[in-house]
Write a protein that binds this ligand. Structure first.
Ligand code: CA
Length: 257
């Protein structure tokens, strides 16, 4: 089933038969669905409710904000093009808010050019799905993202050498000094700190940090590694991220930093 084929139909929430209702997933989540086009919004709601999730629909960013004030969300699906403020601005604002800095976000976008997708990810989206998409694809992205976000929530603080990552506050300190990191750099460093002394190829890093099936060029990983090293350099900690020639990168705990 493709989203566009659903346009014009009524929300099919009452027409499902008992056999098609699936068991609640292992990870039932409160999912915020921010979309101004009713057919797509209803389709997303239908697909996710079928999978046992609790779906909270908003058609604008301000409506979404109101909902978030009364309900803790586990994940947000945000349309790129929204009336009265783009989805991109909404996600960017979430990342600046301590409460939502870590909220897993999937962007829905009709834009497929790589620079647009990169802009979405730079704004703080964790993954993106391009329209038209199948509910099954969306569901598998959600599943992967919830799993990853649960991994990232394990333990409140990750410590390697002088680096300390406070997962709840979304903050890195090096020997007590707070280091400003972008959202992607934070996730990348968190992944490395959870898996020290192991070499990961660029494509493995894309899968683990950006998400499975992310169609982003591998050099994007290099760009973010570079940014991360730049952030760590004033603290003399950039050497913790090592390039392994012909293989990828690793976080090395064998050298002093
Ligand atoms: Ca829209």
């Amino acid at each position: 089933m493709i989203v566009q084929s659903n346009a014009g139909q009524a929300a099919p929430t009452t027409s499902i038969d008992a056999k098609s209702v699936q068991q609640p997933p292992a990870m039932q989540a409160n999912i915020l669905n921010v979309e101004d086009e009713a057919p797509i919004r209803d389709m997303v709601r239908f697909a996710l409710e079928r999978n046992g999730h609790l779906v909270h629909c908003a058609s604008t960013a301000s409506e979404a904000r109101q909902m978030m004030a009364s309900q803790k969300m586990d994940l947000a699906i945000v349309d790129w093009m929204l009336p009265g403020g783009s989805g991109l601005e909404f996600v960017r604002a979430l990342r600046k808010d301590k409460m939502y800095a870590q909220l897993p976000v999937i962007m829905l976008t009709a834009r497929t050019e790589e620079h647009d997708i990169t802009a979405g990810l730079d704004a703080g989206a964790d993954d993106y799905v391009t329209k038209p998409f199948s509910p099954r694809e969306l569901q598998s992205r959600i599943k992967a993202l919830l799993r990853r976000s649960n991994e990232f929530h394990d333990g409140d603080e990750l410590v390697r050498g002088t680096l300390s990552l406070d997962m709840a506050a979304h903050r890195l300190t090096v020997a007590g000094d707070v280091v400003e990191l972008g959202h992607t750099e934070f996730k990348l460093l968190a992944f490395f700190m959870q898996h020290p002394d192991r070499v990961y190829s660029r494509s493995q890093l894309l899968d683990h940090v950006w998400g499975l099936g992310t169609f982003i060029e591998e050099r994007t990983v290099d760009v973010h590694i570079l940014r991360l090293r730049k952030c760590l350099k004033p603290f003399g900690a950039e050497t913790i991220l090592q390039t392994v020639r012909g293989a990828g990168y690793k976080l090395g705990t064998d050298n002093k930093f």
